[in-house]
Ligand binder design. Structure first.
Ligand SMILES: Cc1cc2nc3c(=O)[nH]c(=O)nc-3n(C[C@H](O)[C@H](O)[C@H](O)COP(=O)(O)O)c2cc1C
Length: 123
């Protein structure tokens, strides 16, 4: 985690990525998210100690074709990322991915990723 803390503290933009396993983000992703709690000040305010202006992309891949299938859960994870101290969190849901290299065969998805990336860089 020490390396991750260092990267998160220094970066202007962080891309978080997580596949959906068993209807939720992986335990590994959630563990990292939980440990980012270290950037928050004491209860009850939990004010973030991260420098202002940080942005993030949250990329979620899933096998299920319906991009809205896990919408409520993904929004909760997005809000958790924001609560760590990211002021602008853009979500990319990548549905219908069940094998290595499949994303490149989905031009609309690649285009959406590019749009999110470019808008975060400009923000
Ligand atoms: C153990 C396991 C559980 C999964 N559970 C789900 C699921 O509940 N819903 C879904 O849409 N896709 C599910 N998938 C498919 C993955 O979300 C999808 O293939 C993803 O792109 C895999 O990313 P990865 O190659 O980084 O593991 C599951 C895949 C695995 C291996």
């Amino acid at each position: 985690m020490v390396k991750i803390y260092d990267v998160v503290e220094k970066a202007d933009i962080v891309v978080f990525g997580a596949p959906i396993y068993m209807s939720g983000v992986t335990a590994q992703f959630k563990t990292v998210l939980d440990r980012l709690f270290a950037f928050l000040g004491p209860a009850p305010e939990f004010v973030s100690r991260l420098p202002k202006g940080k942005r993030a992309a949250f990329v979620v891949s899933q096998g299920y074709e319906d991009a809205k299938e896990y919408e409520a859960h993904i929004n909760q994870m997005k809000n958790a990322i924001a609560s760590i101290g990211f002021e602008d969190v853009r979500v990319l849901v990548a549905p219908g991915l069940n094998g290595l290299g499949e994303a490149i065969g989905k031009p609309d998805m690649v285009k959406e990723a590019r749009i999110i990336g470019e808008s975060l860089v400009r923000a």
